[in-house]
Structures are given as structure tokens and as C-alpha cells.
Design a protein around this ligand. Structure first.
Ligand code: BGC
Length: 772
């Protein structure tokens, strides 16, 4: 029993077992993956599940804050690892007893409570001297006050007692890539350390490039479990860039002491005086106390889950995985901030510098469109806010309109570096940003889907239309005319499969470019019909020349889209490559690299990194008949290595579409368990945002068959696996919150709150029904 590991208070707090992800064994070599997996985020910051007790080498504490980027000596602006506020060093007679100081470790357990957004941990440590201590911890990043976080530590000496000494620290010596000497960068200067007017410790830091200030404050409240105050003495010290509050207290054998470490973290993004703001927040936090803040945090999580929960009956493992993915997805983006986005590894790791990719629009955004439209709005506004930069980016590269960067941080400039270094020190020219242009169409498609789902026509009219038109202009300038063949083509380009770069006429990119231009035209024509003045305003603002419509249409009709039927060649010349098939899979059903691939340039053989033609068919379903989709799924699936976590969810969705339910489910497992099983082997670098969003799509759009039909109506064609008896979730459709219940051959939609004047229709297998 999980609960038996913990004291009475934690037992009361902890949720039912189906909401818990449990680590039962302590193996130091697994620490870094668990630090991502059990990382917490609250919509403002993310904190990895490192060990605060110190002494341990295999731990990488990190605290990332939305919008805090810096370049310094790095290759690109990266999400800054801000001062480590979690440290609490513990000593008895100068002997430390953090988890790394163990001689023996017993009853270890660490539990992530998805329902409440809390991390629990408990263990009994025996040090070299034979002293046995029980440690229990509760950690949360407050969802109700996003600048606050706290850790409660219970300490019970089991076979000794006396005077204990502690260091409550803020460590500003922190760097990014701390365990990677070649990439290690310190992004912050430390400006000030003080004792927070006797309340604890404070550090003011500043990013090195833009000078953005960050305040980190900590304070402890110490009590015996009897409620009695037991602090003996307290002194403030600094050790270079470490601010430290030393304190000591007496604990008798078998007595329990509770140390609440309260933290407040603010940045110049929200206040002009980070010190004052931290001080006020800590003072208030101390008054409110750990428990009350935790209660309001739990209430917020309850509200989040009321909208976001997805119940799968009959498949408890998948149920847990889906909840895990939803938990990390909904915890990360800010509900208040439209200047930040979602990094490919959420706020849980340093890989990809916290940058937003096309992952946001095509994998993650659909979840927010349907579940948290307010957050979706922030995500699309982020792209609108950076439209001017995207225009500059097009110009720098010799194009027109707006070209969104492959990797985007705070400024909207291209953050994907032109040069990088391999772990062995060799420099190599990285061509991704030069050639991988499909992100621009993804941004547009994400925005269009946002508007279709939320019906936020105001956004489209005032902002979205400019994204649409400027991206269409980019694609028009990206095309070249082939006189001999009489078509427009896109030369030297990389599609989603990055192992073939650059190529000519990547089917995915050509089709998406055409879609982008056509959709812009359609929307402009609609506005022209509805309101000529408004249409003229757009024409003027976008500097569109007379007769552009006919011109765009003519060009679009001549874009070489490779083929729309039969087996589609991924790019010109793909079918001439050495053809290699995947023949072996590992224990997680992940394909193994075929022998032929080792030592050979990847662009000479047919093996793909990730879904490319399959991705195209998933997105532009109506362009391809079912037989074509089946043929291509069969062909490319055998050649796809899924070395990107973006690939399996799309293969699940497409497998379902073409009727291959067995393969579809295998792919859902690979996608949903990517971090729980660490099946890509890189969970230590952060949580895979795209596969979290892709897994949700696979269940909702795939198994539950939910989509917006061609006529704009909400439609369902469920196809549940035999062992799933029902699926339950909620959506916000055109502003109404609706509960969806899907059973094998039945479906029920009901309003969460009835708006009597509105009646919503939907289609269930071609039958029109009304929401109850
Ligand atoms: C994939 C890209 C993806 C990026 C970030 C790469 O490995 O090939 O498609 O956008 O990771 O997740």
C-alpha cells in the first residue's frame, strides 16, 4: 500500500491510487529521468524533481520561468535555469543526511499526485554512523499564486536525538547544462543577496544579455508535530552566490519536526521591483501558511480536472498514461500570458532551449482549443505578437510575407542555430532553419483550427487574417516556376522527416503551402463579400496589389503537389534511394535501426525519422481517398523509425483511419508511454510535449472519432478498442461546455451548464442529434 509509507497527514492528503504515478525504487541512475517525469509546473514556472536534501551527485535541480531566456555563450537564447530555491541541507553532529549520504536506504517511495499537482516522497536513511532518520516530503508549485512554491519536510530521527543543524539555501551558482562541460552556460549575474529583512534569504539575479531581473526569496517555518515552535537560532550567511539561512533545533528520538520551506519567485516581466514583490509575497505566504496555500492550489487543480479529465474504462494503464500527459500539458502554459509559448520539452528540461516548434500548433494546440480555449487564445496570440519578427525573418532570408522561425523563444527571431557542436566537439553546420520551412504553414493551420473550434471570429478578423495573408505571401515567394514542366515547385526544402535534407518538392511542404495560399484566398473572398470596407482595409494593411487574387489562384493551381492518388513519393527522387525495411523492434515496440543504416548517410536510404507523407494525409484528409491513405500508410510505416516522438501518435490516428486497429493501438502505447517508459531514452532532457498532445488527439479524434465535419458540424464516429467500455471527457464547443460520453455503440452529449436559447446539433455516424 502506497499510503502506508506516509504519516497520517500525508495519508489524508494523497489521492486515490489511480491518480498516482509511483517510483518504488531508488536507483541513482534513474534520477535524471524521474526529475523530468515528476517535474511540476504551475503556468508560470517549472521545477524539476531534484533532491533538495543535498549531497547527491546524480541530481540536476532546475527552475525555469516562462519568458526568461538568455543567450550569453550558448548557441541560442535558451530558457534560463534560475536560482535553485529547493535546497535544504540537513546535518546532525556535522554529518549530512541527504539522500546521497546514505549507507542504507529503506522504504523509498516517490509519488506524483496528478489529481492535486503534488509530489510526495518518503524514505528511511541510515548514515555511516548508523543513525536512522525518516524523511517525508510534500512539494507543490502553487497554481493559485503562481509566484509561490513550497516544500514541507518531516524529519523523524528513529534511533537518536539531539541538536540538528540546517541550511536553507538559494543557490545562484546554478548553470544550464550543469553536467555537460562543453555546453555549460551561466546565464545570470547575481546582483544582491540579503536576509529578506530577517525573514529568510533573498537573491536578485539578472540575465546577462537583456538585464532582466529575477528575485528569489525563501523562508522557513519550523514546528513540532505537536504544534510547538522549536527553532533555536537562526543566522544569515552568504557563500559567494549562495544565500543561506542557517538554523538549528532540538529533535528527540522518534519525535517529528516539520520544516516548511516557502518560496516566492518574481521577475521584471511582472514587477518593476523584484525585491519588494518577493518580500510582500513571502510575508503574505507566511501569514496564510503552507496548508492553506496548498488547499487553494488543490482547488485550482480540481477545477482544471473538471474540464480536462478523460476517463477510459477498461484500460487502467492507458487511463493513467493519458492523465499523466494531460496533467503535464495543462500545468505548463500560462493562462494569463500571451507573450510565451510551450517549449518542446515543456518546462521540464533544457533540451531545445525551451523553444516552441511546430509541435505547438499541430500537436499541442488542439488539446487547448477543445479544453482550455483561453490558453489556446494566448498561444495563437503569441504568434500574432511575433508576426512583425516573422516578416523580418522572411526578408532576411530573401522572401516576402512572414516566415515563422523553426525555433521560437521570446523575441521571435530564429533560435535554431546555424552551427552547433556534437558531444565529441566536432562543429557542424545545422541546416534545419535554412530548409525546414513547413512550420510557417503549421502556425497558420493551428490558428485556423483554433478559430474553427472556438468560433473566435474577432481574433480572425483582427489578427488571424494577417497571419494567414502574410504566410501565404511567404509561400508565394518561396515557389519557383519550372518552365519546362509548367509548374511551381519548392526546391531545397526539408519536410518533417529531417533525415532527408534538403530535397526538392517535398510532398508535405508543397501541399501545405498550397493549402495556406488557398485558405487565405477563401477567407479574403469571404470578407470581400461580407464587408467591402473591411476587405479593403486588409488589402491596404497587407499591401496587396491589384489583381492579386487571380494571380494567387493561378499560381496555386500550378503548384506541383506530387500526386493525390496512389503511392506518393515523399520528395523527388525518394523512390530511387536504397530501399530498406524495418525488421526488428525493442521491448517497447520501438523499431530498431536496421543494420544497413549504420555508417551510411541517412539521405541515401529510404528509412524515415518520422511521419511525413502520413502526416500530410492526417492533416489534409479530404485531399486523399481512403485507398490512397491505406496504401501510403502501409508503405511508409514499414520504413519509419520514429526517432521523433511526434511520429507514433500520428501513426495511431492514421492506423485507425485506414482500419489497422492493431497497429494503431501499438502506436498509441508508444506515444502515451513515451516518458513513463522512457521509450525514446531521453526523458532526462524533459517531457515530450508533442506526444502528450498527440496522445490526447489519438484518443479523442482517433478512438472517439470526434471531428469538425466539412459542413462545420461537430461529428463523431467512435471506434473504441474491444477492451474499452467507455470514454468520457469534456469539450468547449463554440463557447459551451459539453460532457461527452462514448460507449461501444452509443454516445451521449450533455451541457455542463445549460444555455436554454442554444441548441447544439452533432452528427453520430451520419445521424443528426442534439446535445441534451
Ligand atoms: C523533430 C521535429 C520536432 C523537434 C522538437 C525533432 O527531433 O524532428 O519534428 O519539431 O524535434 O520536438
Amino acid at each position: 500500500m502506497i499510503k502506508n509509507h506516509f504519516n497520517k497527514e500525508i495519508r489524508k492528503l494523497i489521492s486515490a491510487s489511480e491518480w498516482l504515478i509511483v517510483r518504488k525504487e531508488y536507483k541513482p541512475e534513474e534520477n535524471l529521468a524521474y526529475e523530468s517525469l515528476f517535474g511540476l509546473a504551475n503556468g508560470k514556472m517549472g521545477n524539476r524533481a531534484a533532491f533538495a536534501e543535498g549531497g547527491n551527485k546524480k541530481t540536476l535541480p532546475a527552475n525555469y520561468i516562462h519568458g526568461v531566456f538568455d543567450k550569453s555563450e550558448a548557441f541560442m537564447r535558451e530558457l534560463v535555469n534560475t536560482p535553485n530555491w529547493i535546497d535544504l541541507k540537513m546535518y546532525f553532529l556535522r554529518e549530512p543526511f541527504g539522500i546521497g549520504d546514505k549507507k542504507e536506504l529503506n522504504n523509498f517511495i516517490s509519488v506524483l499526485d496528478l489529481k492535486k499537482g503534488i509530489l510526495f516522497r518518503s524514505y528511511i536513511i541510515t548514515t555511516e554512523s548508523g543513525r536512522k532518520t525518516k524523511i517525508e516530503k510534500i512539494k507543490f508549485l502553487s497554481r493559485s499564486n503562481k509566484s509561490l512554491a513550497a516544500i514541507r519536510t518531516y524529519i523523524t530521527p528513529l534511533n537518536y536525538g539531539g541538536l540538528f543543524e540546517f541550511e536553507n539555501r538559494i543557490d545562484a551558482t546554478i548553470t544550464n547544462f550543469a553536467d555537460f562541460p562543453r555546453f555549460k552556460v551561466k546565464h545570470l549575474n547575481t546582483l544582491e543577496l540579503n536576509n529578506l529583512q530577517g525573514k529568510g534569504a533573498f537573491v536578485k539575479s539578472q540575465t546577462r544579455d537583456f538585464g532582466l531581473e529575477i528575485g528569489t526569496a525563501v523562508s522557513v517555518d519550523v514546528k513540532k508535530n505537536t504544534g510547538e515552535d522549536c527553532l533555536k537560532s537562526k543566522h544569515f550567511r552568504t557563500f559567494g552566490e549562495i544565500a543561506c539561512e542557517f538554523f538549528d533545533l532540538e529533535i528527540a528520538e522518534n519525535e517529528t519536526v516539520m520544516i516548511d520551506k516557502l518560496a516566492a519567485i518574481t521577475t521584471e516581466r511582472e514587477t518593476s521591483n523584484v525585491y519588494q514583490s518577493c518580500l510582500e509575497k513571502i510575508n503574505k505566504f507566511k501569514k496564510v501558511g503552507f496548508k492553506e496555500e496548498l488547499n487553494s492550489h488543490i482547488k485550482e487543480y480540481n477545477q482544471l480536472w473538471e474540464k480536462a479529465d478523460l476517463v477510459i474504462e477498461g484500460d487502467s494503464k492507458m487511463q493513467q498514461a493519458l492523465r499523466y500527459n494531460i496533467f503535464q500539458l495543462m500545468s505548463t502554459p500560462s493562462p494569463e500570458d500571451n507573450q510565451t509559448n510551450i517549449g518542446a520539452k515543456l518546462l521540464h528540461g533544457e533540451e531545445y532551449g525551451g523553444h516552441a516548434f511546430w509541435d505547438t500548433e499541430l500537436f499541442v494546440l488542439p488539446f487547448f482549443n477543445w479544453v482550455f480555449p483561453n490558453i489556446a487564445q494566448n498561444l495563437v496570440e503569441y504568434r500574432y505578437n511575433l508576426l512583425e519578427k516573422a516578416k523580418e525573418n522572411a526578408e532576411i532570408n530573401g522572401y516576402q510575407g512572414a516566415k515563422y522561425p523553426w525555433e521560437s523563444a521570446d523575441t521571435g527571431e530564429e533560435e535554431c542555430p546555424a552551427w552547433t557542436i556534437e558531444p565529441d566537439g566536432t562543429c557542424y553546420r545545422c541546416y534545419v532553419a535554412d530548409y525546414e520551412h513547413h512550420v510557417t504553414a503549421a502556425v497558420t493551420m493551428g490558428m485556423v483550427n483554433y478559430v474553427k473550434t472556438t468560433d473566435d471570429q474577432e481574433f480572425m478578423k483582427n489578427k488571424g487574417i494577417y497571419i494567414l495573408v502574410e504566410t501565404a505571401k511567404f509561400w508565394l515567394s518561396r515557389l519557383t516556376f519550372n518552365e519546362e514542366k509548367d509548374f511551381y515547385e519548392i526546391l531545397k526544402v526539408t519536410g518533417p522527416d529531417e533525415w532527408h535534407e534538403p530535397v526538392d518538392n517535398n510532398a508535405y511542404t508543397n501541399h501545405l503551402a498550397k493549402w495556406n495560399i488557398d485558405y487565405a484566398l477563401e477567407k479574403l473572398r469571404k470578407y470581400k463579400k461580407e464587408n467591402e470596407d473591411f476587405y479593403q482595409k486588409i488589402i491596404k494593411n497587407c499591401e496587396l496589389e491589384l489583381g492579386f487574387e487571380q494571380k494567387w489562384q493561378k499560381i496555386s493551381q500550378k503548384i506541383y503537389t506530387v500526386a493525390e492518388q496512389g503511392l506518393i513519393e515523399q520528395f523527388e527522387g525518394y523512390f530511387n534511394l536504397e530501399d530498406v525495411l524495418i525488421k526488428k523492434w525493442d521491448e517497447n515496440k520501438m523499431p530498431l535501426m536496421p543494420k544497413e543504416l549504420k555508417g551510411k548517410p541517412k539521405n541515401e536510404i529510404s528509412i524515415l525519422k518520422q511521419a511525413d507523407v502520413i502526416m500530410l494525409m492526417f492533416l489534409l484528409e479530404n485531399k486523399f481517398d481512403l485507398e490512397t491513405q491505406r496504401l501510403n500508410f502501409d508503405y511508409y510505416e514499414k520504413r519509419t523509425l520514429h526517432r521523433s516522438s511526434l511520429s507514433p501518435s500520428i501513426h495511431c490516428l492514421m492506423g485507425l483511419r485506414v482500419g489497422d486497429t492493431k497497429r494503431a493501438y501499438d502506436y498509441l502505447e508508444r506515444s502515451a508511454y513515451v516518458d513513463l517508459d522512457n521509450n525514446q531514452g531521453n526523458t532526462r532532457e524533459g517531457i515530450h510535449a508533442a506526444s502528450a498532445g498527440g496522445s490526447w488527439q489519438a484518443v479523442v479524434f482517433g478512438y472517439c472519432g470526434m471531428k469538425i465535419a466539412k459542413d462545420g458540424m461537430l461529428s463523431f464516429e467512435p471506434n473504441l478498442p474491444t477492451n474499452w467500455s467507455k470514454v468520457k471527457y469534456s469539450i468547449t464547443w463554440k463557447g459551451q461546455l459539453i460532457d461527452v460520453l462514448i460507449k461501444k455503440d452509443k454516445i451521449d452529449l450533455s451541457y455542463r451548464k445549460r444555455v436554454p436559447t442554444k441548441k447544439i446539433k452533432y452528427k453520430f455516424k451520419d445521424e443528426i442529434k442534439f446535445v441534451n
